[in-house]
Design a protein around this ligand. Sequence first.
Ligand code: PHE
Length: 343
Amino acid sequence: MNEKLSQIRQSILVGIEKKATSRATAFELRKQFLDSKNGEIGQLMKEMKNLAAEDRAEFGKQVNELKKWATEVFEDLDKKMKEKELEFKYQREKIDVTIDADAQEKGNLHPITQMRNQLIDVFAGMGFTIYEGTEIENDYYNFTALNTPADHPARDMQDTFYLSPEFLLRTQTSSGQIHVMENSKPPIKILSPGKVFRSDDDATHSPMFTQMEGLVVDKKITLCDLKGMLDNFVKKIYGEDTTTRLRPSYFPFTEPSVEVDVSCFECGGKGCKLCKGTGWIEILGAGIVNKKVLENCGIDSEEYSGLAFGIGIERTAMLKYGINNIKLLFESDLNVLKQIDDN
Ligand code: PHE
């Protein structure tokens, strides 16, 4: 019988050694030996009846000792397994706060979008609302209604992409002026941003670029209103010390027409490379809306007058951010684009 007892003791130790890898497997082992009914130690008691009466007390004592020993062994084992599992969990969930974080790239808006938003902000502050026209126009809205009939030499100023004899890709956001004046009565104060297209391609011209048209129609609108608005615009975009000057120019749809220069914000007007030594940089075309254009849209040119301007968004952005080739704005080179973050 004693042999049997030491065999059980042995198989408990071997079982633990070989099978107890977790709390669950340790528990299974414990059940195998210590389960009150079917456990191997419990089963020993059944053999009591086969023993001589005088041996029974001694045997009972030894079984109890084995049981006590096994209980302690399994309790100890359970504790160890619990610690092992906790340790494993800690290892798995450990956070090393000293590890460098993955660098997160911060996105920014495209410079043209940034400039567009800044311009909208400035002019919205002066009471302008947005009108977005369409990129496909017919000949009437892009040219004829803007006092540029078919044989007009000014058509040569804007090399046009025709889609058909009648339809074309608009060469200027000025076409929006006509739509707005046809559909609303003065007072009118709109800003029309959008893409325009010309068959033109060099360091400062791209076949697709963006303009921001401004149109104001009301009683007694003069060049002074235009100059005041443009001064405000250049101060907000290029700095408080900046101002504008107007030079006579020609557009069929404005009379008089002006070319607007901004005082050089790089050198303050002394003359530098950017302003080619003149102290001034040409930034946009503008003028008083030609009476013929008002009349084409059914607006009484005796009662009302208007001003219009067309800002090139790329040019405005190139000057502000020191970009010397318009292609840099269209090539999507992130090394270039992420340097310009003005928001
Ligand atoms: N549409 C002209 C251009 O694209 C600019 C302009 C707009 C001039 C409004 C005068 C008035 O060149």
